[in-house]
Design a protein around this ligand. Structure first.
Ligand SMILES: Cc1ncc(COP(=O)(O)O)c(C=O)c1O
Length: 419
C-alpha cells in the first residue's frame, strides 16, 4: 500500500497534512478514528490531524438532532473545518461572513460538507465509481470529481450545456479544468434534453450502462441535495454553535443568510438552527426556479429526515434568480466587483453573488426589517465559476498600464534572475 504524506498550506490560517493511501476508506478503524460523541465534539475544536483527513469515521449527531431519522452512521473527513467566521465590512452594514468558500482548495465550497456523508454512503455500498449531474460550470460536479479521486473512485459527470455547444469539446474554463485534470468522465447533454428527460432518468441511464460494463456506480443527485447530504449543513450549525461556545465567534446571530440552488444547504441550516439553541432565522436567496419550488423541495428533504416540521415555518425563501440560472445582469456583476474591491471578499456570480445582491437589495428596500439584527452570511464558494464570466467582467476591471521606463535607467540586481 502506498503510504506517504505531504504538507500543503491552506488558505485558512492553519496548515494541513494530507494522508494519501491507495484505498484510504479501506483503512481499518482504529483508536484514533473510532471516537465517542464527546471526543467528536472535541474534534471540532482542533485542526484535523494526519490520521483524520480522508478517513471514514463513525458519526454521532448533535443531541438536538438525535430524533431525526435516518441518522448516518459514518462520514469522511474531506474539508478544512471549522471554516472561519469574520466581520464582513460591507458598505454601511456591519455583518459577519462564514467563509465556507475556504472549506478546502479544489474541494472548496458548500458541497464538501454534503460529500462527507454522501461518499461515506457510496463506500459503504461498495461503489467503485460516482455519477452526478449539473450545469456546465457546476461547483458540485467539480467538488465531487475531486473528492471521488481523493478516495480512489472514478467519477462520471453529466453536464448540461447549450444545444449549440453540446457536440463540442467543453473547454477548460473554471470548474471544467479541475474536473478534466482529475480525470472525470464527462457526458454532455443539451438544456433541452435535460428538461425533457430529467436529471433522475439521465443519471439512471448512465448507471445502467456502467452496471452492464461491470461497474458499481453510486448516484449523487443534483447539488448533493438529498436528505443524507442535508446532514452536511446540520453539522455546519453544530460548528457555529461550537465556535460561539468556545469564544471564536463573539456573538450570537439573529439571522443566517445563504444562497439556494438545489435546496440542501438551506434545508440543513434551517432544521439545525430550529432544533438547536441557535434559533437564528434562516433566509435563503434562490438563484433558480422559484421560492414555491424550493419550499416544496426542502419539505421533501425534511420529510426524508422525519423532521415533523413545515419548511415554511423554519425558512424564508426569497427570489434572487434575476435573468435566470447562471445568467448575470450587468448590475449583479458590478456588485460582485464592488464587493471585491471594498471588502476583499470574492463572491461568485451564480450563487453567493446573487444571494448577497438580493440581501443588500432587500435591506435597502426594507431597512426596518433588518435594523439592529446580527447577520451571518454563509459564503458558499464557487470562485471557479467566476472564470466563466471573464468576458462579461472585462469592462469592469481596469487599472493597468505599461510602466514608464527610459533607456538611461541603470540596472541593479534584485533577488533571483527570473529569466
Ligand atoms: C457555490 C455554491 N453556493 C451555493 C449553492 C447552493 O447550495 P444548494 O445547492 O445546497 O442549494 C451551490 C450549489 O448549488 C454552489 O455551488
Amino acid at each position: 500500500m502506498l503510504n506517504c504524506s505531504l504538507i500543503i498550506n491552506r488558505l485558512t490560517p492553519t496548515s494541513q497534512t494530507l494522508l494519501i493511501t491507495h484505498k484510504p476508506h479501506l483503512l481499518p478503524p482504529n483508536q484514533s478514528t473510532v471516537r465517542s460523541m464527546s471526543s467528536s465534539i472535541q474534534h471540532q475544536q482542533q485542526v484535523q490531524s494526519v490520521s483524520e483527513f480522508l478517513t471514514l469515521i463513525p458519526y454521532n449527531p448533535p443531541s438536538w438532532a438525535s430524533k431525526l431519522n435516518p441518522i448516518p452512521s459514518k462520514k469522511f473527513n474531506l474539508g478544512t473545518f471549522p471554516t472561519p467566521v469574520h466581520r464582513w465590512n460591507l458598505p454601511n452594514l456591519p455583518k459577519d461572513c462564514e467563509r465556507d468558500d475556504l472549506s478546502g482548495m479544489q474541494l472548496s465550497g458548500n458541497k464538501v460538507r454534503k460529500l462527507e456523508f454522501l461518499l461515506a454512503d457510496a463506500v459503504a455500498q461498495g461503489a467503485d465509481c460516482i455519477i452526478t449531474i449539473g450545469g456546465i460550470q457546476s461547483n458540485h460536479c467539480r467538488a465531487t470529481a475531486v473528492a471521488a479521486k481523493y478516495l480512489n473512485l472514478d467519477c462520471f459527470l453529466i453536464l448540461r450545456t447549450s444545444k449549440l455547444l453540446v457536440d463540442e469539446d467543453p473547454g477548460l474554463t473554471g470548474n471544467l479544468l479541475v474536473e478534466r485534470l482529475v480525470g472525470a468522465h464527462i457526458d454532455l447533454v443539451s438544456k433541452e434534453e435535460y428538461s425533457r428527460i430529467g436529471s433522475l432518468t439521465l443519471t439512471n441511464l448512465l448507471k445502467e450502462k456502467l452496471i452492464k460494463e461491470g461497474r458499481k456506480p453510486y448516484v449523487i443527485p443534483v447539488g448533493g441535495s438529498n436528505s443524507l447530504g442535508t446532514w452536511g449543513y446540520i453539522e455546519a450549525i453544530r460548528e457555529i454553535e461550537h465556535q460561539s461556545g468556545n469564544g471564536t465567534i463573539k456573538k450570537s446571530f439573529d439571522d443566517i443568510i445563504s444562497a439556494c440552488g438545489s435546496g440542501g444547504t438551506v434545508a440543513g441550516l434551517a432544521i439545525a438552527s430550529w432544533l438547536s439553541e441557535l434559533k437564528a432565522k434562516v433566509t435563503a436567496f434562490c438563484v433558480c426556479d422559484d421560492p414555491d419550488y424550493f419550499y416544496d423541495y426542502v419539505q421533501g428533504l425534511l420529510d426524508g429526515l422525519e423532521a415533523g416540521v413545515k419548511s415554511r415555518d423554519i425558512v424564508k425563501i426569497e427570489n434572487a434568480k434575476g435573468r435566470g440560472y447562471a445568467m448575470s445582469t450587468a448590475e449583479e456583476l458590478k456588485f460582485v466587483k464592488e464587493i471585491a474591491e471594498t471588502t476583499g471578499v470574492i463572491l461568485d456570480p451564480v450563487y453567493s453573488g446573487k444571494a448577497a445582491y438580493g440581501m443588500m437589495k432587500d435591506m435597502a428596500q426594507h431597512p426596518t426589517k433588518w435594523e439592529g439584527r446580527k447577520i451571518l452570511f454563509i459564503h458558499t464558494g464557487g470562485l471557479l465559476g467566476l472564470y466563466d464570466k471573464n468576458d462579461e467582467m472585462a469592462s469592469l476591471v481596469g487599472k493597468w498600464r505599461r510602466m514608464e521606463l527610459n533607456e538611461s535607467i541603470p540596472r541593479v540586481d534584485g533577488t533571483g534572475k527570473m529569466f
